[in-house]
Design a protein around this ligand. Sequence first.
Ligand SMILES: [Zn+2]
Length: 300
Amino acid sequence: MLPIVTHPAYDIPLPEGHRFNATKFSGLMQALGSQGVLESSTLHHPKPASPDDLTLVHDPSYVAAISQGSLDRKQLRTLGLNWSTQLRDRSFLSVEGTLEAARLALAHGVACHAAGGTHHAHAGHGAGFCVFNDLAYTAMRLVAEGAVRQVLILDCDVHQGDGTARIALGNGAVFTCSVHCRVNYPEKKATSDWDIELDEGLSDQGYLSILDQTLAGLRSRLSKVDLVLYDAGVDVHARDRLGRLKLSYEGILARDRKVLTHFRSLGIPVATVIGGGYSEDLAEVSHRHSLIFRAAIETL
Ligand SMILES: [Zn+2]
Protein backbone atom coordinates (compact mmCIF):
# COMPACT_ATOMS: atom_id res chain seq x y z
CA MET A 1 0.00 0.00 0.00
CA LEU A 2 1.19 3.51 -0.84
CA PRO A 3 1.08 5.96 2.09
CA ILE A 4 -0.55 9.22 0.95
CA VAL A 5 -0.69 12.29 3.18
CA THR A 6 -3.64 14.63 2.58
CA HIS A 7 -6.13 16.77 4.46
CA PRO A 8 -9.68 17.92 3.65
CA ALA A 9 -8.71 21.48 4.67
CA TYR A 10 -6.01 21.88 1.98
CA ASP A 11 -8.11 23.82 -0.56
CA ILE A 12 -7.77 27.62 -0.36
CA PRO A 13 -10.55 30.19 -0.92
CA LEU A 14 -9.26 32.58 -3.60
CA PRO A 15 -10.98 35.02 -5.96
CA GLU A 16 -12.27 33.69 -9.29
CA GLY A 17 -9.59 33.77 -11.99
CA HIS A 18 -6.60 33.68 -9.58
CA ARG A 19 -3.58 32.03 -11.18
CA PHE A 20 -3.28 29.53 -8.33
CA ASN A 21 -5.82 26.76 -8.74
CA ALA A 22 -7.15 26.76 -5.20
CA THR A 23 -9.29 23.64 -5.32
CA LYS A 24 -6.74 21.40 -6.97
CA PHE A 25 -5.96 19.56 -3.73
CA SER A 26 -9.42 18.01 -3.47
CA GLY A 27 -9.43 17.72 -7.28
CA LEU A 28 -6.27 15.63 -7.09
CA MET A 29 -7.79 13.29 -4.50
CA GLN A 30 -10.84 12.82 -6.75
CA ALA A 31 -8.57 12.04 -9.70
CA LEU A 32 -6.66 9.48 -7.60
CA GLY A 33 -9.98 7.93 -6.59
CA SER A 34 -11.26 7.64 -10.14
CA GLN A 35 -7.94 6.16 -11.33
CA GLY A 36 -8.09 3.45 -8.65
CA VAL A 37 -4.89 4.70 -6.97
CA LEU A 38 -6.61 5.04 -3.59
CA GLU A 39 -7.47 1.32 -3.61
CA SER A 40 -3.74 0.61 -3.20
CA SER A 41 -3.11 3.43 -0.72
CA THR A 42 -3.43 4.33 2.93
CA LEU A 43 -4.47 7.89 3.77
CA HIS A 44 -2.84 9.92 6.54
CA HIS A 45 -3.92 13.34 7.86
CA PRO A 46 -1.26 15.61 9.39
CA LYS A 47 -1.69 17.64 12.54
CA PRO A 48 -0.78 21.33 12.29
CA ALA A 49 2.89 22.24 12.80
CA SER A 50 3.54 24.18 15.98
CA PRO A 51 4.80 27.78 15.63
CA ASP A 52 7.78 26.84 17.81
CA ASP A 53 8.80 23.99 15.53
CA LEU A 54 8.57 26.25 12.48
CA THR A 55 11.15 28.62 13.95
CA LEU A 56 13.74 25.99 13.05
CA VAL A 57 13.52 27.43 9.51
CA HIS A 58 11.39 30.60 9.76
CA ASP A 59 11.74 33.87 11.65
CA PRO A 60 9.45 33.88 14.71
CA SER A 61 8.04 37.26 13.64
CA TYR A 62 7.02 35.88 10.24
CA VAL A 63 5.37 32.80 11.79
CA ALA A 64 3.47 35.14 14.13
CA ALA A 65 2.38 37.35 11.21
CA ILE A 66 0.92 34.31 9.42
CA SER A 67 -0.83 33.20 12.63
CA GLN A 68 -2.31 36.63 13.26
CA GLY A 69 -2.98 37.75 9.69
CA SER A 70 -0.77 40.81 10.11
CA LEU A 71 1.21 40.69 6.86
CA ASP A 72 1.42 44.11 5.21
CA ARG A 73 0.36 44.82 1.62
CA LYS A 74 3.87 44.44 0.22
CA GLN A 75 4.32 41.07 1.94
CA LEU A 76 0.95 39.88 0.62
CA ARG A 77 1.84 40.99 -2.90
CA THR A 78 5.12 39.02 -2.76
CA LEU A 79 3.26 36.00 -1.39
CA GLY A 80 0.63 36.27 -4.14
CA LEU A 81 -2.22 35.04 -1.91
CA ASN A 82 -4.85 36.74 0.24
CA TRP A 83 -4.63 35.95 3.94
CA SER A 84 -7.62 34.08 5.39
CA THR A 85 -8.14 31.81 8.36
CA GLN A 86 -8.34 28.92 5.87
CA LEU A 87 -4.98 29.90 4.34
CA ARG A 88 -3.43 30.12 7.82
CA ASP A 89 -4.80 26.75 8.92
CA ARG A 90 -3.87 24.91 5.73
CA SER A 91 -0.35 26.39 5.81
CA PHE A 92 0.34 24.96 9.27
CA LEU A 93 -1.15 21.61 8.16
CA SER A 94 0.59 21.32 4.81
CA VAL A 95 4.10 22.05 6.09
CA GLU A 96 3.68 19.24 8.63
CA GLY A 97 2.20 17.00 5.93
CA THR A 98 5.53 16.81 4.14
CA LEU A 99 7.27 15.87 7.40
CA GLU A 100 4.64 13.17 7.91
CA ALA A 101 5.22 11.88 4.37
CA ALA A 102 8.97 11.80 5.01
CA ARG A 103 8.49 9.78 8.20
CA LEU A 104 6.25 7.36 6.27
CA ALA A 105 8.87 7.10 3.52
CA LEU A 106 11.54 6.25 6.10
CA ALA A 107 9.27 3.47 7.40
CA HIS A 108 7.91 2.16 4.08
CA GLY A 109 10.38 3.21 1.39
CA VAL A 110 8.13 5.62 -0.47
CA ALA A 111 5.31 7.99 0.49
CA CYS A 112 3.50 10.84 -1.27
CA HIS A 113 2.16 14.14 -0.01
CA ALA A 114 -0.83 15.38 -1.98
CA ALA A 115 0.36 18.98 -1.39
CA GLY A 116 3.62 20.67 -0.35
CA GLY A 117 6.41 21.78 -2.64
CA THR A 118 6.21 25.34 -1.27
CA HIS A 119 9.81 26.02 -2.23
CA HIS A 120 9.66 29.81 -2.71
CA ALA A 121 8.99 30.44 1.01
CA HIS A 122 11.99 32.12 2.65
CA ALA A 123 12.96 32.32 6.31
CA GLY A 124 11.35 35.71 6.81
CA HIS A 125 8.74 36.00 4.09
CA GLY A 126 6.45 34.05 1.80
CA ALA A 127 6.67 34.31 -2.00
CA GLY A 128 5.23 32.82 -5.18
CA PHE A 129 2.12 31.28 -3.47
CA CYS A 130 4.34 29.62 -0.81
CA VAL A 131 3.77 30.39 2.90
CA PHE A 132 6.06 27.97 4.78
CA ASN A 133 8.93 25.98 3.30
CA ASP A 134 7.92 22.35 3.81
CA LEU A 135 11.05 20.94 2.17
CA ALA A 136 13.59 22.80 4.30
CA TYR A 137 11.44 22.28 7.42
CA THR A 138 11.17 18.53 6.90
CA ALA A 139 14.85 18.05 6.12
CA MET A 140 16.04 20.12 9.06
CA ARG A 141 13.61 18.56 11.55
CA LEU A 142 14.71 15.05 10.64
CA VAL A 143 18.39 15.98 10.79
CA ALA A 144 17.89 17.73 14.16
CA GLU A 145 16.15 14.62 15.53
CA GLY A 146 19.00 12.39 14.34
CA ALA A 147 16.59 10.38 12.16
CA VAL A 148 18.82 10.94 9.10
CA ARG A 149 22.42 11.94 8.43
CA GLN A 150 21.80 13.80 5.17
CA VAL A 151 18.75 14.69 3.08
CA LEU A 152 18.74 15.34 -0.66
CA ILE A 153 16.09 17.81 -1.80
CA LEU A 154 15.66 17.14 -5.52
CA ASP A 155 13.47 19.91 -6.92
CA CYS A 156 12.16 19.33 -10.46
CA ASP A 157 9.56 22.11 -10.43
CA VAL A 158 10.11 24.38 -13.46
CA HIS A 159 10.94 27.25 -11.07
CA GLN A 160 14.08 27.33 -8.94
CA GLY A 161 13.67 26.26 -5.30
CA ASP A 162 15.13 29.58 -4.19
CA GLY A 163 13.64 29.67 -0.70
CA THR A 164 14.85 26.15 0.06
CA ALA A 165 18.34 26.94 -1.24
CA ARG A 166 18.65 30.09 0.88
CA ILE A 167 17.35 28.46 4.07
CA ALA A 168 19.64 25.42 3.65
CA LEU A 169 22.68 27.41 2.49
CA GLY A 170 25.80 26.18 4.23
CA ASN A 171 23.97 23.28 5.90
CA GLY A 172 26.05 20.20 5.06
CA ALA A 173 23.27 17.84 6.13
CA VAL A 174 20.83 19.20 3.52
CA PHE A 175 21.85 19.01 -0.15
CA THR A 176 19.69 21.09 -2.48
CA CYS A 177 19.53 20.26 -6.18
CA SER A 178 17.22 22.35 -8.37
CA VAL A 179 16.48 21.45 -12.00
CA HIS A 180 14.68 24.47 -13.45
CA CYS A 181 14.16 26.69 -16.47
CA ARG A 182 16.79 29.46 -16.61
CA VAL A 183 14.47 32.24 -17.79
CA ASN A 184 11.64 31.53 -15.37
CA TYR A 185 10.67 33.00 -11.97
CA PRO A 186 12.40 33.92 -9.71
CA GLU A 187 14.30 36.55 -11.65
CA LYS A 188 17.00 36.71 -8.99
CA LYS A 189 18.15 33.13 -8.48
CA ALA A 190 19.57 31.71 -5.25
CA THR A 191 22.55 29.36 -5.13
CA SER A 192 21.56 25.74 -4.54
CA ASP A 193 24.23 23.13 -3.80
CA TRP A 194 23.68 22.14 -7.43
CA ASP A 195 21.64 24.15 -9.94
CA ILE A 196 20.82 22.70 -13.34
CA GLU A 197 19.47 25.44 -15.61
CA LEU A 198 17.39 24.32 -18.56
CA ASP A 199 16.80 26.17 -21.81
CA GLU A 200 13.32 27.46 -22.60
CA GLY A 201 11.25 25.13 -24.79
CA LEU A 202 13.03 21.90 -23.80
CA SER A 203 10.90 18.80 -24.51
CA ASP A 204 10.82 15.19 -23.25
CA GLN A 205 13.93 13.69 -24.79
CA GLY A 206 16.30 16.54 -23.92
CA TYR A 207 14.87 16.84 -20.42
CA LEU A 208 15.14 13.13 -19.63
CA SER A 209 18.71 13.00 -20.90
CA ILE A 210 19.71 15.87 -18.56
CA LEU A 211 17.86 14.12 -15.71
CA ASP A 212 19.91 10.94 -16.31
CA GLN A 213 23.11 12.96 -16.04
CA THR A 214 21.80 14.68 -12.91
CA LEU A 215 20.96 11.40 -11.17
CA ALA A 216 24.39 9.97 -12.05
CA GLY A 217 26.05 13.17 -10.82
CA LEU A 218 24.16 13.10 -7.54
CA ARG A 219 25.21 9.51 -6.98
CA SER A 220 28.88 10.36 -7.34
CA ARG A 221 28.61 13.51 -5.17
CA LEU A 222 26.59 12.09 -2.28
CA SER A 223 27.37 9.03 -0.21
CA LYS A 224 25.44 9.38 3.04
CA VAL A 225 21.96 10.43 1.93
CA ASP A 226 19.31 8.67 4.02
CA LEU A 227 16.25 10.33 2.46
CA VAL A 228 15.23 12.07 -0.75
CA LEU A 229 12.54 14.76 -0.79
CA TYR A 230 11.37 14.92 -4.39
CA ASP A 231 9.45 17.95 -5.66
CA ALA A 232 7.58 16.50 -8.64
CA GLY A 233 6.54 19.88 -10.05
CA VAL A 234 4.21 19.58 -13.02
CA ASP A 235 4.69 23.10 -14.39
CA VAL A 236 7.26 21.57 -16.78
CA HIS A 237 4.23 20.54 -18.88
CA ALA A 238 3.73 22.15 -22.30
CA ARG A 239 0.25 23.43 -21.34
CA ASP A 240 1.32 25.08 -18.08
CA ARG A 241 0.50 28.78 -17.91
CA LEU A 242 3.66 29.69 -16.02
CA GLY A 243 6.17 27.08 -17.17
CA ARG A 244 8.29 27.51 -20.27
CA LEU A 245 9.16 23.91 -21.06
CA LYS A 246 7.38 21.49 -23.35
CA LEU A 247 7.08 18.18 -21.55
CA SER A 248 4.20 15.81 -22.31
CA TYR A 249 2.26 13.71 -19.77
CA GLU A 250 4.39 10.74 -20.84
CA GLY A 251 7.52 12.83 -20.28
CA ILE A 252 6.47 13.77 -16.73
CA LEU A 253 5.58 10.15 -15.93
CA ALA A 254 8.92 8.97 -17.33
CA ARG A 255 10.73 11.61 -15.22
CA ASP A 256 8.95 10.53 -12.04
CA ARG A 257 9.60 6.84 -12.74
CA LYS A 258 13.30 7.52 -13.31
CA VAL A 259 13.71 9.43 -10.05
CA LEU A 260 11.82 6.89 -7.97
CA THR A 261 13.38 3.75 -9.45
CA HIS A 262 16.87 5.28 -9.27
CA PHE A 263 16.73 5.98 -5.54
CA ARG A 264 14.68 2.91 -4.67
CA SER A 265 17.28 0.72 -6.41
CA LEU A 266 19.91 2.36 -4.17
CA GLY A 267 17.75 1.58 -1.12
CA ILE A 268 17.13 5.27 -0.35
CA PRO A 269 13.59 6.20 0.79
CA VAL A 270 11.77 8.87 -1.23
CA ALA A 271 9.02 11.22 -0.08
CA THR A 272 7.30 13.12 -2.88
CA VAL A 273 5.48 16.45 -2.92
CA ILE A 274 3.46 18.06 -5.69
CA GLY A 275 4.43 21.41 -7.17
CA GLY A 276 3.50 23.91 -9.84
CA GLY A 277 0.50 23.08 -11.99
CA TYR A 278 -1.01 26.29 -13.35
CA SER A 279 -4.08 25.84 -15.52
CA GLU A 280 -7.68 27.01 -15.58
CA ASP A 281 -8.72 23.42 -16.21
CA LEU A 282 -8.99 21.72 -12.81
CA ALA A 283 -9.36 18.22 -14.26
CA GLU A 284 -6.29 18.70 -16.43
CA VAL A 285 -4.08 19.95 -13.60
CA SER A 286 -5.37 17.23 -11.25
CA HIS A 287 -4.46 14.65 -13.88
CA ARG A 288 -0.94 16.08 -14.11
CA HIS A 289 -0.48 15.92 -10.34
CA SER A 290 -1.73 12.32 -10.27
CA LEU A 291 1.23 11.11 -12.37
CA ILE A 292 3.70 11.01 -9.47
CA PHE A 293 1.26 8.84 -7.48
CA ARG A 294 0.97 6.41 -10.39
CA ALA A 295 4.76 6.23 -10.63
CA ALA A 296 5.02 5.67 -6.87
CA ILE A 297 2.46 2.84 -6.91
CA GLU A 298 4.64 1.04 -9.47
CA THR A 299 7.61 0.99 -7.08
CA LEU A 300 5.74 -0.83 -4.30
ZN1 LIG B 1 6.74 26.16 -10.09
